[in-house]
Design a protein around this ligand. Structure first.
Ligand SMILES: Nc1nc2c(c(=O)[nH]1)N[C@H]1C(S)=C(S)[C@@H](COP(=O)(O)OP(=O)(O)OC[C@H]3O[C@@H](n4cnc5c(=O)[nH]c(N)nc54)[C@H](O)[C@@H]3O)O[C@H]1N2
Ligand SMILES: Nc1nc2c(c(=O)[nH]1)N[C@H]1C(S)=C(S)[C@@H](COP(=O)(O)OP(=O)(O)OC[C@H]3O[C@@H](n4cnc5c(=O)[nH]c(N)nc54)[C@H](O)[C@@H]3O)O[C@H]1N2
Ligand code: SF4
Ligand SMILES: [Mo]
Length: 898
């Protein structure tokens, strides 16, 4: 008898989502993938969050761009061979450069590219085309942190490592919804709190899931962080908590910075008022900071996405420098990076104001990079930053654009205008994984199919500077190719074949590593020269390694702690205190726009949902776009929880469901960023966001646009499912949702049942057989369509949420097509009656909010631990633990009304 053949060993790779950079073990077979956490990866030691755990559901090829496509003169897309598409890209770029100069072309890249994919276009533009018009979505994400680091340290160094989060005694989370956006790091922090008693402070205008484990929550007024950290610096000075010998030996600019801090925050009372928080709470925070040596301050978009984001970063760093709490275990400022390769992008110089390998636009660095690349046409000055770049496109100054791995038509501020700008381009190239998204649909002329996660090969760098391999475990589908390859082909056509003769990602990586070590000798922080001559085999086997890795260093495991010796990368080796400007939000509120629009993320979706949107499990947490608002603001605007509202700013408007919550700060609203024109009728929130940017970083203020809100009456709800494309009436609100029966459109409308009856006849029933139920008096309409005996679609409409669930549909489908041509049926009386579409709290085990509530109310569960035992909730990835905690607390406070 033959022994069963052993299962192939899993491929070790890295998660394509957030900057935590979790290691994965993937077992792929027949288009499916089993994903588990890698117990050996130092970022997660086998932990995963809900998004990482659901990755296996997202590798299908539906909706994928599999072949190069070009648009002909009539605007129709057709398939072409790769050489045809590449010739068209190269010819277009060449023509425009010849006629209008190199600054008439641009690349717009992404922190979701692998380092190798990122390095090649940056080299082509800055060294060979001769322009620095290469920018990236990191401009919207990390640019303020980059400026903050460069100003303070003389280099873009993230000094922190994840182990600091395990050993800190105080963790301050500023503008970071860590529980939802960096869940595995959050689990490490909570473990530290539970096991070692570390304290957690959250500073955020809204009470997020991250606040569930916080010892102190400061509901700060939008934009006031610099006041708070100025108050802290003053308090530390007044209470003898500063390390003057460190300040003297290792820093400059302290006196000015302290004087400015005192101007901004003359005393605790004034500062607390400006921050909109109780004075006692501010004082409590200052005391916690003063009395705790091991403090880590983590920050992300509440800090970066601000027109004074760089100053916010430096106000935080100032407090760490003044107390010498940097460069030692368990302490330091820590920028949590968003995208999987936000750090790698900075390392290759993907931003328009950087050169490769953490070099800058100064004469020495320009010369050094030019010599290393043997570059014929080196850019001599900085290029346009994202918002400026798209404004130059709108003015017609940039005429050719190549977008790679980002969706600017929805993610840029003032996205509506930016989208219109794209249509003015003479040449608009998009490298994508998907066939359709808001950017592709903004008039792209040439679409290049890119290898996706699971198919691409290379490296990423996570928030703690750890370089990990992403490895392919699936074959390249269709004619998809790695992004680096497409760029080399265009470079060769532009006459630069020799400089772009890479045959593999490993070839690119070696050159990138060599450049980082080139004439470095410790002068630059980013140095992985020790990896410059690794073999292909070593590259394939590369274990996660933290930089720096200078040449000659054999032991790749031990890591250098930056700034341990008190030396920085400034000319005098001293860190610099920065004096921030007076804090204020750029766009002012007015009578027309009295509220502030805050935007951000939800737990189970990733950006424009091109990948997470495929997962049924992930859709069950929060399925619909919403605006969250404080009860006082809701009642002033006559809004009801679960109703609909129109949100308006000077730049655009959207319509979505209202969630009334006292977790919002009065005067603020929150809308998630994930829904685009691809997935919802009116939820592309980027179109509402102000384009005002930070003067140093160019990062837009995406979290505080003046806005108004008004109710919209959409009393009828329901869903449409169809195998064909059906155009809904323009006044219908809809959102696309992944369900176990395939994608469906959930809809809301003011039109009555009879309208939908006629609509279904025209659309679903055009050539198919309809089975219908109409109760015009109650406003109910239901229909199922059968084509050649097979289920072809369904429509369900009714008052309130009752029509969203239609249990009897399954039975109807099972029964198959009816005998006679026009049929009707009677739905079961209970069908959908109890429906409130209870959201899933635990996406992994499918435990709904109702089930959790019932378990607590019935006394079956008294704690989160009980819920794990009784329902399994929270026992897998743990991403929902903060929410479970909140629900238990709430239900125990307010038992169900009898
Ligand atoms: N689930 C999920 N996780 C993700 C992502 C995702 O799409 N989905 N994206 C990844 C990426 S690219 C990024 S950049 C990160 C972002 O991670 P985070 O920065 O944690 O996420 P956001 O929700 O954008 O914003 C964080 C918080 O800033 C708060 N905030 C707004 N204004 C202010 C202010 O003036 N001061 C302070 N202190 N806080 C303020 C908001 O209320 C919000 O709770 O997440 C990464 N992880
Ligand atoms: N209002 C508001 N706007 C924001 C933010 C906010 O908080 N508020 N956050 C900002 C931040 S921090 C970020 S990071 C951005 C994110 O915004 P985007 O980068 O625009 O969002 P994604 O949906 O991640 O877009 C990535 C695209 O690249 C494709 N893709 C994925 N992998 C690859 C690949 O390997 N190659 C190629 N060629 N394509 C690939 C995907 O299919 C997808 O279409 O949004 C920014 N915009
Ligand atoms: S925390 Fe979640 S999304 Fe982030 S890398 Fe880990 S598994 Fe992926
Ligand atoms: Mo980001």
């Amino acid at each position: 008898m033959n022994a069963p053949s052993p299962a192939p060993s899993p491929v070790r790779t890295t998660c394509p989502y957030c900057g935590v950079g979790c290691g994965l073990k993937v077992q792929a077979a027949a288009g499916k993938a089993n994903v588990a956490g890698d117990e050996t990866h130092p970022a997660n030691y086998s932990r995963l969050c809900s998004k990482g755990a659901a990755l296996g559901e997202t590798v299908g090829l539906d909706g994928r761009l599999l072949y190069p496509l070009m648009t002909n003169a009539d605007g129709v897309r057709h398939r072409v061979e790769w050489p045809v598409a590449l010739d068209a890209v190269a010819d277009g770029f060449k023509r425009i450069i010849d006629q209008h100069g190199p600054n008439a072309v641009a690349f717009y890249l992404s922190g979701q590219l692998l380092t190798e994919d990122y390095y090649v276009p940056n080299k082509l533009m800055k060294g060979f085309i001769g322009s620095a018009n290469v920018d990236t979505n990191s401009r919207l994400c990390m640019a303020s942190s980059v400026v903050g680091h460069n100003r303070a340290f003389g280099a873009d160094t993230v000094p922190g490592v994840y182990e600091d989060l395990d050993t800190a005694d105080l963790i301050v989370l500023v503008g970071s919804n860590t529980a939802w956006c960096h869940p595995v790091l959050y689990q490490r922090m909570v473990q530290n709190r539970n096991e070692r008693g570390a304290k957690i402070v959250v500073i955020d205008p809204r009470r997020t899931a991250t606040c569930e484990d916080a010892d102190l929550f400061l509901s700060i007024a939008p934009g006031a962080d610099t006041v708070l950290f100025s108050a802290l610096l003053g308090y530390l000075a007044d209470n003898h908590a500063l390390d003057y010998s460190y300040i003297e030996q290792h820093t400059s600019g302290f006196e000015n910075a302290l004087a400015r801090a005192r101007e901004i925050a003359p005393n605790i009372t004034a500062a607390a008022k400006a921050c909109g928080i109780p004075k006692e709470d501010l004082k409590h925070f200052c005391e916690m900071f003063r009395t705790t040596g091991k403090v880590v301050t983590c920050y992300s978009q509440g800090v970066n996405q601000s027109a004074q984001g760089s100053d916010k970063v430096n106000a935080i760093i100032n407090c760490h420098l003044a107390t010498a709490r940097i460069g030692k275990p368990g302490m330091g400022p820590f920028s949590l990076t968003g995208q999987p390769n936000a750090m790698g992008g900075r390392e290759v110089g993907g931003l328009a104001n950087q050169l490769a390998a953490h070099m800058k636009f100064n004469d020495a660095d320009i010369d050094r990079v030019q010599r290393f690349w043997n570059a014929p046409n080196m850019a001599k000055r900085e290029g346009l930053k994202a918002v400026d770049m798209f404004e130059a496109i709108a003015r017609g100054e940039i005429k050719a654009l190549w977008v790679m791995a980002t969706n600017p038509a929805m993610s840029l501020p003032r996205a509506g205008a930016m989208r219109d700008a794209l249509r003015k381009l003479e040449l608009f190239v998009v490298s994508e994984n998907v066939l359709s998204n808001d950017t592709v649909n903004s008039g792209a002329h040439i679409l290049l199919p890119a290898a996706a996660w699971g198919e691409k090969n290379g490296t990423v760098t996570n928030s703690e500077r750890r370089i990990s391999r992403q490895r392919a475990f699936l074959p390249l589908p269709g004619e998809a190719k790695p992004d680096w390859w497409a760029v080399t082909q265009v470079a060769q056509r532009l006459g630069h074949g020799d400089a772009f003769a890479y045959n593999s990602a490993a070839d690119v990586f070696r050159e990138h590593a060599a450049l980082s070590g080139f004439e470095n000798n410790g002068a630059r922080d980013f140095d992985i020269g020790g990896l410059a001559s690794i073999t292909d085999r070593e590259f394939d086997a590369l274990a996660p390694v933290q930089w720096p890795v200078p040449a000659g260093k054999v032991d790749l495991v031990s890591t250098k702690r930056f700034f341990a010796d008190g030396n920085f990368y400034t000319p005098d080796r001293k860190a610099r205190f920065i004096s921030p400007e007076m804090p204020s939000l750029r766009e002012k509120q007015s009578e027309a726009f009295p509220l502030r629009l805050n935007t951000g993320r939800v737990r189970d979706q990733w950006h424009s949902m091109t990948r997470t949107g495929k997962s049924v499990r992930l859709a069950s947490h929060i399925a619909e776009p919403y605006v969250e608002i404080h009860p006082a603001d809701a009642s002033a605007a006559k809004l009801t929880d679960g109703g609909f509202a129109r949100v308006t700013t000077a730049h655009g408007e959207c319509m979505m469901k209202v969630v009334v919550s006292d977790g919002q700060r009065p005067g603020s609203m929150f809308v998630p960023i994930h829904w685009s024109d691809e997935t919802a009728s009116s939820a592309r929130i980027g179109a509402l966001v102000t384009p005002r940017t930070d003067p140093h970083s160019g990062q837009p203020e995406m979290k505080a646009t003046p806005a108004a809100i008004a109710p919209v009456e959409l009393p009828v709800r329901g869903f449409l499912r169809s195998r064909r494309h059906i155009e809904l009436p323009h006044d219908t609100w809809w959102v696309r949702i992944a369900t176990s029966d395939g994608p469906e459109l959930r809809i809301a409308t003011a039109r009555d049942a009879l309208f939908w009856h006629e609509f279904a006849q025209r659309t679903l029933g055009e050539d198919a057989q309809l089975v219908e139920y109409v109760d015009a008096a109650k406003g109910i309409y239901r229909a199922a369509a059968f084509l050649d005996g097979e289920f072809d679609g369904a429509l369900s409409i009714g008052p309130g949420d009752s029509a969203i669930r239609w249990d009897g549909l399954k039975a109807l489908i099972a029964a198959g097509a009816p005998q006679d041509s026009s049929s009707s049926f009677t739905p079961s009386l209970t069908d959908g009656a109890d429906c409130d579409a209870s959201p899933m709290v635990c996406a992994c085990l499918g435990v709904s909010l109702d089930a959790v509530r019932a378990a607590v109310q019935s006394g079956m569960a008294h704690s989160v631990a009980d819920l794990g035992k009784v329902l399994g909730a929270g026992s897998n990835c743990g991403s929902c633990l903060p929410e479970l905690k909140r629900i238990v607390a709430r239900e125990r406070r307010a038992p169900a009304a009898a």
